[in-house]
Write a new protein. Structure first.
Lengths: 89, 462
């Protein structure tokens, strides 16, 4: 889960680098999440707290994403319903 | 952990994905003819092609949207667990399969040369190779598990021979097998292999000579793991199967669970996966009227007909591969990640195998069932000329074909989803990383559906 052994490349310095495994990240927030997912047993209490807060923020973002996905599904469904009605009707 | 309730939600999500897809399949009988064989099914299409293609593409997109509802890491990971099992008598079974394989090869060669030549369907070499092996056995590799390492007669034979022990050049990687796969498909398309038992037996003999020579020079394990295209096809199909071998132990898992493992090793192997997907499409593409028109145009402009097929095979493969590479490059950006594009290409490639397996079911299950009485009749009386009966499939059989295509996509999307969760720390990031791959999958689906909904004509210039 959130691998520690992946080949990476980047121009210039990465925005954040994991102190435990050296994996670079494009945003500090990804590093915070990565610590909690990949280094569960090793991290400090502050790092864990930061991870939990970031997870909650992510839950919020996921909820918004799900709403959009649901809207897209509904649009697809009714779009096709009407399309079929017009084309085959 | 609040994952108890979330897990229930996720189970519900999975159930609703399945239900929605079933609904799509049942309420769109037109699409059902997509993967089916035969002119009758195509003739009954009453919905314009563009709508069939649009529906197919939308079904893939909708399954991705539904899969994106499953965001509990523990749940996503649990779908991809493999449980080790011990089977008593595994070694004896493998030995027995080896004997069956060698006997089968000898049988195909003997009957191909000495058996009845007309009609070809009364020759057991033809029915064993096409219906028994390329349709039936190939289906077993992804529906059950890959038994080819045990059954492979060339492997069994060359294990017994002395070997030169030359080292395989690792820079070549899977490329010889990519070339081999394309060459085999070219041969299948341009030559009447299914109509001339002697030609088929000659081809099998030629393949045997090359394979035995290769395995003696490089040793069976290097040869069959790297260079041999057939072993690679079955090994990759086997990654889709519910039964597999991990570190020498038999494991059971959900279908497609093996696709999140690191099964594809480098760009060469990515190319092989894409080639496997491309050849299932190419097989049907050459029987479309559009291909005939294109071929006429090129030959009219002075292209020698001999190079027409190899050129199209190579060009189409390059195009499919370019689409996939573009998707991998793009995924690096949509996921905002430093993980190399090559790594992304490698890790997401196995999910395409489920799609290839789905198309294989759609193309070959009906073929296998149709020819199964002929297979039994010819194998039991290999030297007599018969006119074996064939099974005429009912109209609704098209639904089974479509279930194959859709099932392949569901498995592929679930595998890509789990792979993304394995790679990235952010859950939304994992979902975003899949966008380009889903677009590529929609492209492959639309192309394949377009091919199978065209009327079938004889391929020109062969």
């Amino acid at each position: 889960m959130s691998r520690t052994d992946l080949p990476t490349d980047h121009d210039g310095d990465p925005a954040a680098t994991c102190e435990y495994c050296g994996r670079p990240f494009t945003h500090e927030q990804y590093l915070v999440l990565h610590r909690g997912v990949a280094h569960d047993g090793e991290i400090t209490d502050e790092e864990r707290e930061a991870y939990e807060r970031a997870s909650e923020r992510e839950d919020e973002a996921l909820r918004r994403f799900r709403l959009k996905a649901l809207a897209a599904l509904v649009a697809l469904y009714f779009g096709f319903l009407m399309l079929y009605a017009v084309v085959t009707g | 952990m609040p994952s108890g309730s979330r897990r229930r939600v996720d189970r519900l999500t999975v159930a609703s994905v399945a239900a929605a897809l079933a609904l799509v399949a049942l309420t769109r009988p037109v699409f059902a003819h997509g993967g089916s064989l035969g002119q009758a099914a195509r003739d009954s299409i009453s919905v314009p092609t563009w709508l069939v293609l649009l529906t197919g593409g939308a079904a893939v997109g909708a399954s991705f949207l539904l899969a994106s509802f499953a965001t509990d890491r523990a749940f996503v990971a649990s779908l991809h667990e493999a449980r080790p099992v011990s089977v008593p008598g595994r070694d004896a079974g493998a030995t027995l399969l080896g004997v069956v394989g060698v006997a089968g090869l000898a049988f195909v060669l003997a009957v191909g040369f000495a058996g009845p030549q007309r009609p070809a369907i009364s020759n057991a070499a033809v029915t064993v190779v096409w219906a028994g092996w390329w349709a039936g056995f190939a289906m077993s590799t992804y529906l059950a598990g890959n038994a080819w390492p045990a059954l492979n007669p060339w492997r069994t034979l060359t294990e017994l021979l002395p070997r030169v022990g030359r080292r395989y050049d690792w820079r070549l990687g899977a490329w010889p097998s990519v070339a081999g796969l394309l060459a085999l498909i070219w041969l299948e398309v341009v030559s009447p292999l299914a109509d001339r038992p002697r030609l088929l037996a000659t081809t099998v003999l030629a393949y045997s000579v090359v394979t035995v020579a290769g395995a003696v020079v490089y040793g069976p394990s290097q040869w069959f793991e790297q260079a041999d295209p057939v072993a690679r096809v079955f090994r990759y199909y086997g990654a889709v199967a519910p039964v597999g071998v991990v570190d020498g132990r038999l494991v059971v898992r959900l279908p497609g669970a093996g696709l999140t493992d690191d099964v594809v090793d480098g760009f060469d192997e990515v190319a092989f996966v894409v080639a496997l997907l491309w050849v299932t499409t190419f097989d049907g593409l050459v029987t479309t009227p559009a291909w005939r028109g294109l071929a006429d145009w090129f030959v009219g402009r002075g292209l020698p007909p001999v190079v027409l097929y190899p050129l199209a095979l190579a060009a189409g493969f390059a195009f499919f591969l370019a689409v996939y590479v573009a998707a991998a490059r793009r995924a690096r950006r949509t996921a905002e990640s430093y993980v190399t594009a090559l790594t992304l290409a490698r890790r997401f490639a196995p999910s395409l195998l489920a799609i290839a397996a789905g198309y294989h079911v759609a193309h070959f299950l009906g073929y296998f069932l149709t020819l199964s009485p002929a297979l039994v009749a010819t194998v039991t009386a290999p030297l007599s000329t018969l006119s074996p009966s064939v099974i005429v499939l009912p109209e609704w059989f098209g639904l089974v074909a479509i279930a194959g295509v859709l099932g392949g996509h569901v498995v592929a999307i679930a595998a890509a989803h789990a792979t993304a969760f394995d790679l990235f720390p952010g859950r939304l990031q994992a979902i975003r990383s899949q966008y380009p791959f889903i677009v590529a999958m929609i492209f492959y689906t639309v192309v394949s559906l377009w091919v199978v909904t065209r009327p079938e004509v004889t391929p020109p210039y062969i």
